[in-house]
Design a protein around this ligand. Structure first.
Ligand code: AGP
Length: 610
């Protein structure tokens, strides 16, 4: 949430900041702003330009003001937490000699504000971030490092700050607690940002700023010190993707591009973990001992990642007979979970920075559970803090609606299930080999499914004016319905519910009337007959039924208005193909409604507040 960037170097800073903010916009897009020191600026006066709305508004405003050259500055694209969307609440915030951008939430801002007001200092905005700028300014006596060190002792909550001090017009200081910051020094200068998409133009090598360490960026170097002023060498990381991955590449939206990237992302996630037709985590450094003696698995995650957990649960339980529960991460901490050394807690997260999931992971560790995370972003907090990490290799996911991250998470969870079953000896190697064969075929299967877009587009036209609809399914199809429903809601703003098909008759079927759309998933053979009965129940009450079933299933033409079929594949792998259908339904419906698919209202990628 909120994209932040800082640059100091020997090229035009405003350009670096604006390009960076454009790339980071998916993290928050209700307002944006930059502050910079003009070259040879008189008496160190920092200049600030802010606007509400998209980064493109800010770009227009900056060019209309034709500010002179600058080589050092900071920029922010906001997802409002404290204080509404307004230019005053927009970052950067300036107070005294301090200019600051912030990603996170300062929890004790009220007390700090009262303290400051007691000293006759009043904020102009309603933000907790401005209070942070005021606290740093009040701790500042010409030594930025000491001021930051003193200030963070007073601040409670999550933060990533980039800070400029009037007396140091070529320097940027940064510190973080919880919220992410990555940085790199290149021939152009030093750059720091919320994530790699803003840095990739300049370097594939970077480091994650360690928590509670201060980075001092100058055009020539980045120095990192801990809070005792000891210099620390950062661990350098490398990304394998490039600029093209962070661009739309001819697609109208990132979401569509990312839907199409699934075969490759799946291949990259699956192939390196298969040796001799068996799952192998050697290169991930995950030892078999992780699975020894386990009596329970808890999967915890949020949103789409949690939905991937629901599918993973099914496969793990089926193959190992070890009980698995799936918990929403934002609830996990508050339900006093039962955890011990024989419990494995698996956290799933695309960003690796979701605050609720991170908090759940920390709780699991505190209580002695073993931890494994399935994460897409290298070096992210969840990846670093887990005992072990199984990276998905989806490349950057920029659309707020998660698509490729979901299917690679499914693949990763299946690999975990297979390896665990192998270590436990709960099924034979031949059974695992068969599953692996099917998993290896998934990228090709998904590629075939990408061709169903033509069939989906007319269906989306029919859903255009719908106010509410239902996704129904049984077993794996119910788990997948949850994902179909969140996808449609978040980008098309059509209300929907995912329901276990057999549960409808216990109340919710009263909402099924003439032409209410029902998207019925019927890909699971063992519950197919029951599912057909459930479809008949809604059909006979007037529902408009869109059915997703296997190619070889016997489907009575009168049962549905639209039928989308999946090519033959083992039932356990049907979710990979059906997920594409649901992604397309959400995508084309949102496009038909004229919405900005990549940046849905009220949302942001990577939810770093609890
Ligand atoms: C998915 O479409 C959502 N935007 C959202 O539910 C997301 O999956 C969730 O916030 C978890 O994010 P993470 O995978 O980065 O932890």
């Amino acid at each position: 949430m909120c994209g932040i960037i800082g640059f100091t170097g020997n090229i035009e800073a405003k350009e670096v900041l604006l390009q960076g903010l454009t790339a980071l916009e998916y993290r928050g897009y209700d307002s944006a702003g930059i502050s910079f020191f003009p070259e040879n600026g008189s008496d160190h006066k920092v200049q600030t330009i802010k606007t509400v709305g998209k980064v493109s508004n800010l770009i227009d405003k900056v060019s209309s003001l034709s500010a002179g050259p600058s080589f050092c500055g900071i920029g922010h694209t906001r997802w409002a937490t404290h204080g509404g969307v307004s230019e005053t609440n927009c970052h950067p915030h300036h107070f005294g000699r301090v200019t600051l951008i912030h990603n996170g939430i300062i929890e004790n801002y009220k007390e700090l504000q009262e303290e400051l007001e007691g000293e006759g200092k009043y904020p102009v905005s309603q933000t907790d971030s401005e209070i942070a700028a005021m606290v740093i300014d009040s701790c500042y006596k010409n030594n930025p490092l000491k001021a930051i060190k003193r200030a963070v002792k007073k601040l409670q909550g999550a933060y990533a700050f980039c800070i400029m001090f009037d007396e140091y017009p070529e320097s940027i200081y940064a510190i973080r607690n919880g919220s992410p910051l990555v940085a790199t020094n290149t021939k152009e200068g030093s750059i720091i940002a919320s994530d790699m998409v803003a840095l990739i133009k300049y370097s594939k090598d970077y480091f994650v700023l360690p928590e509670h360490h201060i980075a001092h960026l100058t055009k020539d170097s980045i120095t990192i010190t801990d809070l005792e002023h000891n210099e620390v060498e950062p661990d350098m990381l490398h990304v394998s993707w490039d600029m093209a991955a962070a661009r739309k590449g001819g697609y109208e939206y990132f979401m569509l591009k990312e839907i199409h990237e699934q075969p490759e992302a799946l291949h990259n996630t699956i192939a390196p973990r298969i040796k001799n037709q068996l799952p192998d985590f050697t290169t991930d450094g995950i030892p078999d001992s992780l699975f020894n003696g386990l009596n329970r698995i808890i999967i915890t995650a949020c949103g789409t990642a949690m939905h991937a957990g629901l599918i993973g649960k099914n496969m793990i339980e089926q193959l190992t007979r070890v009980p698995v529960t799936v918990d929403i991460a934002s609830e996990f901490r508050y339900q006093d979970p039962i955890l011990d050394a024989n419990t494995l807690v698996i956290t799933i997260s695309q960003s690796g920075e979701t605050a609720d999931t991170l908090a759940a992971l920390r709780l699991a560790k505190e209580n002695g559970a073993r931890t494994l995370s399935v994460v897409n972003v290298k070096g992210s907090s969840i990846a670093r803090e887990s005992d072990y990490v199984l990276y998905t290799h989806a490349g950057p996911e920029i659309a707020v609606a998660s698509t490729k991250a979901y299917t690679v998470q499914l693949a990763a969870m299946y690999l975990v299930a297979f390896r665990f079953a192998l270590v436990k000896g709960s099924v034979s190697q031949d059974v695992i080999r068969n599953y692996i064969r099917e998993l290896e075929a998934v990228p090709e299967f998904v590629k075939t499914m990408l061709g169903c877009d033509r069939a989906i587009q007319p269906i989306s036209q029919k859903l255009l004016k719908t106010e509410s609809l239902f996704f129904i399914g049984r077993g794996l199809d119910h788990a997948l319905s949850c994902e179909g429903s969140i996808k449609l809601k978040e980008i098309s703003y059509i209300h929907s519910e995912a329901y276990a098909a057999g549960e409808l008759k216990h109340g919710t079927i009263s909402l099924i009337t003439d032409n209410v759309p029902v998207i019925a998933l019927a890909t699971q053979e063992k519950v197919f007959a029951k599912m057909i009965s459930n479809i008949r129940e809604v059909r006979s009450r007037g529902a408009m039924v869109i059915m997703i079933a296997n190619e070889d299933a016997q489907v009575d033409a009168a049962l549905c208005d639209h039928l989308i079929t999946l090519p033959p594949i083992d039932n356990a792998f049907a979710p990979f193909g059906a997920a594409v259908v649901l992604q397309y339904i959400a995508y084309y419906t949102a496009v038909a409604r004229g919405l900005n698919v990549d940046q849905p209202r009220n949302l942001a990628k990577s939810v770093t507040v609890e």
